[in-house]
Design a protein around this ligand. Structure first.
Ligand SMILES: Cc1cc2nc3c(=O)[nH]c(=O)nc-3n(C[C@H](O)[C@H](O)[C@H](O)COP(=O)(O)OP(=O)(O)OC[C@H]3O[C@@H](n4cnc5c(N)ncnc54)[C@H](O)[C@@H]3O)c2cc1C
Length: 375
């Protein structure tokens, strides 16, 4: 007979860890399986670390709901548990009349989501940020930054102290539906083995479509097949890091929120992410995108920055569902309608996933409670 457990979470990124911290308790056995040697080595540590306000997402979308709630929860838990953060605020700059129109649309959609926003004239903008060039701007005071490693450590420690177990260097390589749950095949550095779990939660980030497919979901039909989009960051060298007081964004593009200036909690600034689609995941960055950075609308807004101030720093990769055009919402689905009761998929958890993590954890915890009651 195989080993049996109550709940298995695939992936120790911020989402898997936040969920584990929410659902682990004495009455359930919870395992987190992670293929890497430690937690948070992929998207969760290769991002802008911005606590988003929820401006960009259509009202009532999961992204809007999770981000707005996540923003509130995140500030609360950072303050209570000493996770480094700053409510630094952000400015979105317009440099042309067309961009100004887009800014007004953002203002309206953000206000529609109930977010505190202020349109700024050029004079008001220059008062707050004397080194920015633009014709108008939007101020989001509730945008901030968080130290993502510290946040993940907090979730991990909470999960562990509630009894969850984390197993590294262990990759899920097969899933079979069996009576009462799922038989999971895993491979570690030396061997492979299997066990049975009643509930399976797929938080495998860039590989979450593969995990869904292993369980028998037709990922093309379901719209779960993912494509990779790589974003490069360049550090701002020298004292010019001090020229800004807030995060500075430009108007969103088709692939993301637009190249922006972000900073970590120590004040170190960088620009990015400059996104492009890739077929394979690697985090190499060779400096060849510097020209594209210098031609971006962000550089027009920051006249004090010159090419030689920018140094290649790091890259992150996000995974976006291939199917359909335009806005892509988070997919969080208990797959009972696909005859896979007890299997929860989280697919396409791109930005604002870091911000949304505590809210997603509560949402998934409710699904798990329903499963344990009804299936
Ligand atoms: C460039 C970039 C910038 C971003 N900026 C922001 C931002 O400023 N603010 C914000 O809110 N969000 C941002 N995001 C989004 C945020 O980073 C993600 O939404 C979040 O990190 C997703 O977390 P995750 O746990 O789902 O994925 P991941 O962190 O990728 O974790 C998934 C884990 O699953 C593991 N795994 C995969 N397959 C298997 C397997 N077969 N067996 C075992 N383990 C497996 C992986 O090793 C990995 O550790 C950004 C994303 C990117 C890429």
């Amino acid at each position: 007979m195989s080993y049996q457990t109550d709940i298995t979470i695939v992936g120790a990124g911020v989402i898997g860890l936040a969920i584990a911290s929410q659902i682990a308790n004495e009455s359930k056995e919870v395992y987190i399986l992670e293929k890497n040697r430690t937690f948070g080595q992929e998207a969760s540590s290769r991002n802008s670390e911005v606590i988003h306000a929820g401006i960009y997402y259509p009202k009532d979308s999961l992204k809007a709901k999770m981000c707005i709630e996540g923003n509130r929860l995140l500030y609360g838990l950072c303050q209570k548990h000493n996770v480094d953060y700053k409510r630094i605020g952000k400015i979105i700059v317009a440099n042309t009349n067309a961009e100004n129109k887009e800014l007004e649309k953002l203002y309206n959609s953000g206000k529609n989501n109930g977010i505190d926003l202020r349109m700024l004239s050029r004079k008001e903008m220059n008062h707050l940020e004397p080194n920015i060039r633009g014709i108008s701007a939007l101020l989001s005071p509730s945008t901030g930054i968080v130290e993502s490693q510290a946040l993940m450590k907090y979730f991990l420690n909470k999960a562990r102290s509630n009894g969850a177990q984390i197993v590294y260097k262990t990759k899920i390589s097969g899933i079979d539906k069996v009576p009462g749950g799922y038989k999971i095949k895993v491979e570690d550095t030396q061997s492979s083995f299997s066990f049975i779990t009643r509930v399976l939660i797929n938080c495998a980030g860039l590989r979450s479509d593969k995990i869904a497919s292993m369980a028998g979901v037709n990922i093309n039909e379901a719209g779960y097949r993912l494509r990779f989009c790589k974003g490069e960051y360049y550090s701002i060298l020298n004292r010019k890091s001090k020229f800004l007081n807030r995060l500075v964004y430009t108007i969103p593009t088709a692939t993301g929120l637009g190249v922006h200036v972000c900073c970590d909690v120590s004040g170190r600034m960088r620009v990015g992410p400059l996104y492009y689609f890739v077929d394979e995941i690697n985090y190499k960055i060779d400096g060849s995108k510097k020209i594209a950075f210098c031609e971006s609308s962000l550089m027009r807004a920051l006249p004090f920055l010159e090419a030689h101030d920018l140094e290649p720093e790091m890259a992150g990769v996000k995974a976006i569902p291939q199917k359909g055009e335009g806005f892509k919402d988070f997919i969080i689905s208990h797959e009972c309608n696909r005859d896979l009761p007890g299997f929860i998929n989280l697919i396409g958890i791109d930005s604002p996933g870091l911000t949304s993590a505590p809210a997603i954890a509560i949402y998934v915890s409710n699904l798990v409670n329903e499963i344990l009651k009804n299936y």
